[in-house]
Ligand binder design. Structure first.
Ligand SMILES: N[C@@H](CCC(=O)N[C@@H](CS)C(=O)NCC(=O)O)C(=O)O
Length: 225
């Protein structure tokens, strides 16, 4: 299928979901670590619109945006399908994957960045409302994809590792095992899978990154006129 390159950073949940997909499909690829503090000419050339990682380059053609890349991988390498045959189920997997990015990731980030207070309590409540929707999706199932890891599992795969570190850095608990028993169990199982574990960044590095980012965001809020 030709040459595959992944421009990425190790700590990015968006990049890791792409690495997971490539590994699940058994696709060989060259990993190119990007330094986001000094973006490389390669990244700027491959993703001039957003200037973000991940970018997958297949046979010299760049593809950006992690969910778009997942779909490309799914359409290009047919082994170990990530999406069901049924169009409705495919549509639902895409819908919830977008929801994870738009509501769950951003909701958790917003709650983490707020210092203690009423606003933080409200943000935590709102982020948990989003997680409650995911809880409904995973109830009674081993994976969001059913019997095996699917599209939505990869999109939600940041929960066990990234969210866990973000909770510590942000001084909050979102994935409460009692409130979200099925999601909690899925997270515990998902992160134990060797192929999944293989790609995750060290927790201490993630925590360091979150602590620094949260301190910065809180300092901006404090210094607002
Ligand atoms: N919606 C994008 C988000 C990608 C993203 O936010 N990447 C971050 C790293 S986690 C990035 O490249 N940030 C650099 C920047 O914002 O300048 C996706 O799903 O791929």
């Amino acid at each position: 299928m030709g040459e595959v390159k992944l421009i990425a950073t190790k700590q990015s949940l968006y990049c890791t979901r792409v690495e997971w997909a490539l590994k699940l499909k058994g696709v060989e690829y060259e990993y190119i670590e990007e330094d986001l503090s000094t973006k490389s000419p390669l990244l700027l050339e491959c993703n001039p619109v957003h200037k973000k990682v991940p970018v997958l380059v297949h046979r010299g053609q760049p593809i950006a945006e992690s969910l778009v890349i997942l779909e490309y991988i799914e359409e290009t390498w047919k082994d170990n399908p990530l999406l069901a045959e049924d169009p409705y189920q495919r549509a639902m997997a895409r819908f919830w994957a977008q929801f994870v990015g738009n509501k769950c990731v951003f909701g958790a980030w917003e709650a983490a960045c707020l210092a203690e207070g009423e606003e933080k309590v409200n943000a935590i409540e709102s982020a948990q409302e989003s997680l409650a929707f995911l809880e409904k999706q995973i109830e009674g199932k081993m994976y969001f994809g059913g019997e095996g890891i699917g599209f939505l599992d990869l999109a939600a795969g940041w929960i066990p590792h990234w969210l866990n570190a973000l909770e510590e850095a942000g001084g909050m608990k979102l994935l409460d095992a009692e409130k979200f028993p099925s999601l909690h169990e899925w997270a515990q199982n998902f992160i134990q899978i060797p192929l999944i574990r293989e790609c995750i960044p060290p927790r201490d590095k993630l925590l360091e990154y979150f602590n620094a980012s949260i301190s910065y965001m809180r300092s901006l809020a404090t210094n607002q006129p």
